[in-house]
Design a protein around this ligand. Structure first.
Ligand code: P6P
Length: 350
């Protein structure tokens, strides 16, 4: 058994990610070793992506578009492809995963037969918010870890169409002023900062807890007239109240990280034309829902707990309301009001 948390002094001046994961899992069993190795591979991908992003304006072929369109119908940035390839290359011969599913790939990538095949599946958005890259603003990678159930691996990935409770871990890497890795394996949320001089992610905060409520609301108000009325009523309410602040960076990981640290709520609601919203469940919002619940927060579609949603396809989308419990409940209350009003019997003619 692993004893209490390694003290700073026993590690010199830092606790590395791989060391901490074994403490987090309180075990040296083979599954714990595998998860520690898996987290280390994710960290390696983050270091390689961070290094390339830090030279974006200098190196050829980092900025700009490939000219391709991905399965989402979105123009593909060169960094989207680079990051996707990086995750595949660091896991291909790891013996840890059987496949990787990604925003950038129509179907999951299955580890070739001539490579060792593991029992985990990594779902990821390799670079989320890539439109921010060319303007040197923050972007992120989002990941979700699932364990293969049974002996057969479904070749179409249909066994991935399960709710968020099937995740055994999730997290993100934030490429900002510093590069941070934030994860949970079901025992709380822990954050690490990359020390480039060491090439290691060093423990910054363990058992991160989101504030019960917060003054920040984060959503793209350019969609105001496309939202349903309950969301417009919520926005009108916070406009009228003192003390609320709007913050929106256009990249989910950075906007979520701010809410996790300072409290408040992030929303990406559905619109009249796209009631399911824009954000993808399996590798964008449900990993963050897993994380925020571990930190004492809430995540919903506005009407349903996000972790309970069962996707009908790999790239399924759903509306997102995520953050401090009280702040999410305030948004949900506008949905409830709207629903109860619509159920009121029409006033009898006078
Ligand atoms: P909009 C980035 O493209 C992304 O997928 C998320 O990172 C971000 O939260 C959202 O879309 C921004 O979308 O419509 O506000 O530009």
């Amino acid at each position: 058994m692993v004893n209490s948390a390694p003290s700073q002094s026993s590690e010199g001046d830092c606790i590395t990610l791989s060391r901490y994961v074994l403490h987090d899992l309180k075990s040296f069993s083979q599954p714990a070793q595998d998860l520690s190795a898996l987290m280390n591979r994710i960290a390696l991908a983050g270091k390689l992506i961070s290094r390339r992003l830090s030279r974006a304006g200098i190196l050829e072929g980092v900025l700009g578009f490939t000219g391709e369109t991905n399965v989402q119908g979105e123009s593909v940035k060169r960094m989207d492809v680079y990051a996707n390839d990086i995750f595949i290359s660091v896991f291909k011969e790891s013996g840890l995963v059987c496949r990787l599913a990604s925003e950038e790939m129509d179907q999951p990538y299955y580890i070739p037969e001539n490579c060792p095949i593991g029992r985990y599946t990594l779902l990821m958005d390799p670079i989320d918010g890539s439109s921010n890259i060319d303007t040197n603003l923050n972007v992120g990678s989002i990941f979700s870890i699932r364990q293969q159930q049974g002996e057969q691996i479904d070749g179409e990935g249909n066994d991935l169409l399960q709710d968020g409770h099937q995740q055994i871990g999730a997290g993100y890497i934030l490429y900002g002023a510093s590069t941070m890795l934030v994860y949970s394996l079901g025992n709380g949320v822990h954050s690490f900062t990359l020390d480039p001089s060491l090439g290691e992610f060093i423990l910054a905060e363990e058992n991160v807890k989101i504030p019960e409520s917060g003054s920040i609301y984060s959503l793209n108000e350019g969609n105001f007239w496309q939202w349903e009325d309950s969301i417009r009523e919520y926005v009108r309410y916070v406009h009228r109240q003192d003390g609320y602040s709007a913050r929106y960076g256009g990249a989910l990981v950075g906007d979520f990280h701010r809410i996790l640290q300072q409290g408040g709520v992030f929303l990406y609601p559905g619109t009249v034309n796209k009631p399911e919203g824009k954000l993808r469940l399996l590798y964008e919002t449900v990993p963050l829902a897993f994380l925020v619940e571990q930190a004492g927060g809430k995540a919903s579609t506005g009407t349903q707990r996000l972790m309970d949603v069962v996707p009908d396809r790999l790239h399924a989308r759903a509306p997102l309301v995520i953050g401090s419990p009280r702040s999410v409940e305030l948004v949900e209350s506008f949905h409830q009001q709207s629903t109860s009003q619509s159920q009121q019997p029409a006033m009898a003619d006078q």
